[in-house]
Design a protein around this ligand. Structure first.
Ligand code: PBE
Length: 294
């Protein structure tokens, strides 16, 4: 499973450029969906849970001719924009919360086999011992809870060109009531260090920068380190990082949570009712993953 996805990473750039010049509206009207997108699903970084789920979807729905192309969130949204502007067909790995749903008219393909799970949650995970070492930060991180609209504001701001830390500072300033609930009953510290790790998914860039700002205002010296999903979980498990806001459970990161079982602490849920799946523009006629077989 891993091999298949990673092997495709090397051809990602090539495939994206082929897809860009190979597809046109006329062919998508006449031929099958598969033909119209060259049997390719545009994925993201190989370590993302949604990539493992998509690999499973290809098996469970018997989509033998299909491939999932790995790359990055940024490459995926660039491919989406390019296709959308021309009304070309495209299938991507998508998730909520994400700014793409505010920018474009998109829909999830129905998943009757439930490969992508149902309501996922975003969890905050910490290394063992954080509670003893940095009790105030531990409390703030455990209290951290917001909603899709909150996250959406920060994400859209960043997407429109604001630097992540500036977008985060702006949100913190405009939402002092929410922030006050997270910090309630905690004392300020004087320059204690805390290291947060995150993956460059738009949703996690937003949450990590916001909490980074909050901790900074409480007197912490905060470092935000961007890594891949595997190294993120490893860093929490081996204690080389303090906490992460990027854990999607119960399904998306199940492989990681099982692998590191007992070596991390699940200390809070920041958003409930989030979702992953295959996403297409609404102008495409298909509605279900089953339709990819036609
Ligand atoms: N995502 C965003 C991640 C978790 C956060 C859905 C792209 C993943 O698939 O692992």
């Amino acid at each position: 499973m891993w091999k298949k996805i990673i092997g495709l990473a090397s051809v990602a750039a090539l495939s994206l450029s082929l897809a860009a010049c190979g597809s046109d509206k006329a062919s998508s009207d006449k031929s099958s969906v598969g033909d119209s997108v060259h049997y390719k699903i545009i994925g993201i970084d190989p370590g993302a849970g949604i990539m493992q789920a998509t690999d499973k979807a290809l098996k469970d729905y018997k989509l033998d001719d299909w491939q999932v192309i790995s790359g990055s969130s940024a490459a995926m949204t660039a491919a989406l924009k390019k296709a959308y502007d021309k009304k070309d067909p495209i299938i991507i790995t998508g998730w909520n919360p994400h700014w793409m749903f505010a920018k474009y008219d998109l829909k999830y393909l129905k998943d009757p086999k439930g490969v992508y799970g149902s309501a996922e949650e975003i969890h905050t995970i910490a290394r063992k011992g954080l509670k003893e070492d940095l009790p105030e930060a531990y409390k703030i991180l455990s209290n951290f809870k917001w909603n899709e609209d909150d996250m959406g504001k920060v994400m859209l701001d960043i997407q429109e060109g604001t630097k992540p830390e500036d977008a985060a500072a702006k949100w913190v300033k405009n939402n002092s009531d929410k922030v006050a609930k997270w910090t309630e009953g905690t004392k300020k510290v004087n320059g204690k260090k805390i290291k947060l790790v995150y993956v460059a998914w738009d949703s996690e860039i937003a949450s990590t920068n916001v909490i980074g700002k909050v901790l900074e205002k409480q007197g912490y010296k905060v470092s935000l380190t961007q890594v891949e999903a595997g190294p993120m979980w490893t860093a929490i498990a081996d204690g080389s990082a303090d906490a992460s806001l990027s854990a999607w459970l119960p399904l998306t990161h199940k492989t990681y949570a099982d692998k590191f079982n007992g070596k991390f602490e699940d200390i809070g849920t920041s958003i409930t009712g989030v979702k992953i799946g295959l996403v297409v523009p609404k102008y495409m006629k298909i509605d279900s993953i089953e339709d990819l077989k036609k």
